[in-house]
Design a protein around this ligand. Structure first.
Ligand code: FES
Length: 214
């Protein structure tokens, strides 16, 4: 439910989420900055992350699977891999992040059990991943394709009360949890998309190739 102040109240928990109006000047500036900056907006995220691993030009052109080495990815960090022209995030979720994720009332989410096919079958679980700690997800908002911003910290003062960590899309205010599940009453209709992937080793993952090929 939305109020005149722009707050959205989740029917299940009563938690108030202040969703900024798209017409708000500060919000509009943010939108313009995001759209113009494009990938640069991703690089400017405040949360620490590693530089992108770049697949070969030939692999990118063919849309082939890409291999990423996440061995140096520290707890709570994110790296970005380009696959088929899309940014794929690999996030090393800590135990604390997973505990925060589990606190979110399912009634606050559009698709808490990931019943919609926005992930491969092997990632249809509470953490939407093969291994709970490692989250692999396409970093594109399911509303109109902007790049959500990391808001990993529970209680982030820039986010609504009761925030348990996740992602915020600056274009129209959609919010996602740390498994990429979208909250109710947001412009984005679906959870973020988990691509097909498999582990090639303890520290490498192949994006774009299913586990059945492992
Ligand atoms: S693109 Fe509209 S909320 Fe993300």
């Amino acid at each position: 439910m939305s109020t005149s102040s722009g707050a959205t109240t989740h029917p299940a928990s009563g938690a108030s989420f202040s969703t900024p109006s798209p017409m708000d000047p500060r919000r509009r500036n943010l939108i313009i900055g995001t759209c113009v900056a494009g990938g640069a907006a991703v690089a400017a995220a405040a949360w620490p992350f590693l530089d992108s691993w770049s697949p070969s030009e030939r692999a990118k052109a063919a849309g082939a699977p890409v291999e990423a080495d996440f061995g140096a990815l520290g707890p709570g960090q994110r790296m970005i891999v380009e696959w088929r022209g899309k940014p794929v995030w690999i996030i090393n979720r800590t135990k604390e992040m997973l505990a925060d994720l589990a606190k979110i009332p399912p009634g606050n989410l559009v698709d808490p059990d990931s019943k919609q096919a926005n992930q491969p079958p092997y990632a249809t679980n509470a953490t939407r991943s093969i291994k709970p700690g490692l989250f692999v997800v396409v970093g594109i908002c399911t509303h109109l394709g902007c790049s959500p911003t990391d808001k990993f910290t529970a209680g982030d003062p820039t986010m609504p009360a009761g925030w348990e960590g996740g992602f915020f899309c600056p274009c129209h205010g959609s919010m996602f949890d740390l498994a990429g599940r979208v909250y109710k009453n947001m412009p984005a209709p679906d959870n973020l998309i988990v691509p097909p992937y498999r582990f090639a080793s303890d520290t490498t993952v192949i994006i774009g190739e299913d586990t059945k090929g492992a």
